[in-house]
Design a protein around this ligand. Sequence first.
Ligand code: COD
Ligand code: ATP
Length: 199
Amino acid sequence: MLKIGLTGNIGSGKTTVAKVFELLGIPVFYADDEAKKVMVTDAILIDAIKQAFGQKSYFADGSLNRKHIAAIVFNNPTELEKLNALVHPAVFRAFDKLEANAKGAPYIIREAAILFESGSYKTCDRTLIVTAPLEKRMARVVERDGISQTEVQKREARQMPEEEKKKLADDIIINDDIQLVIPQVVALHSQYLSLANTI
Ligand SMILES: CC(C)(COP(=O)(O)OP(=O)(O)OC[C@H]1O[C@@H](n2cnc3c(N)ncnc32)[C@H](O)[C@@H]1O)[C@@H](O)C(=O)NCCC(=O)NCCS
Ligand SMILES: Nc1ncnc2c1ncn2[C@@H]1O[C@H](COP(=O)(O)OP(=O)(O)OP(=O)(O)O)[C@@H](O)[C@H]1O
């Protein structure tokens, strides 16, 4: 089955784009959501996170102390690598399951903020990047998450620059509030359906 990797830096609008593909009937795997799920359900992973980042990593009710972990990993690249090495294998396994369950679909989408950085693009047949100017991306995330511009910048600094990703990606959607997003998604959907028919 044709697999499309969908990415974009923080606040680019990749989740928004993914939702449009879903409306067109395409199964989408959200790596971020899956990471959130396994980090509170996988007992071995939970233990490993506590060992690495302290007991404060979880609240008494079992939910993840996201602020505590974010403060550690987005201030120290080595700590972020440690967290990625713990979480990503479980996310990769979940994607394999989704793929197995989506046999009837013409193609599937794997949405991930760090598709290129994590190497998961290698499991995709094509890659699609959503782009937007940095100022717009920052403003969107500040509005959506209520975090400061500095916090957004720290995360952006841990991601491969958008310009580099644009060179690696096969397809692009420009989400700059000037060009319309839905027609761009529909055009790519037709292209992917044709490609899926040739596989
Ligand atoms: C550190 C955590 C707890 C912070 O949680 P928080 O609720 O503040 O942020 P959230 O998860 O909603 O992420 C917001 C954005 O931050 C950026 N971001 C998140 N994880 C990463 C990462 N590993 N590397 C670079 N950027 C990241 C992305 O642009 C993401 O969309 C959380 O991001 C996390 O557990 N990250 C590790 C899991 C992971 O790699 N997720 C990303 C896709 S698999
Ligand atoms: N074209 C647009 N017009 C207006 N608002 C938009 C547009 N695209 C995205 N947004 C808004 O900007 C915010 C960021 O978009 P979205 O969550 O899709 O980005 P993302 O790339 O998935 O971000 P992250 O990497 O932080 O998870 C959301 O609140 C979304 O509703």
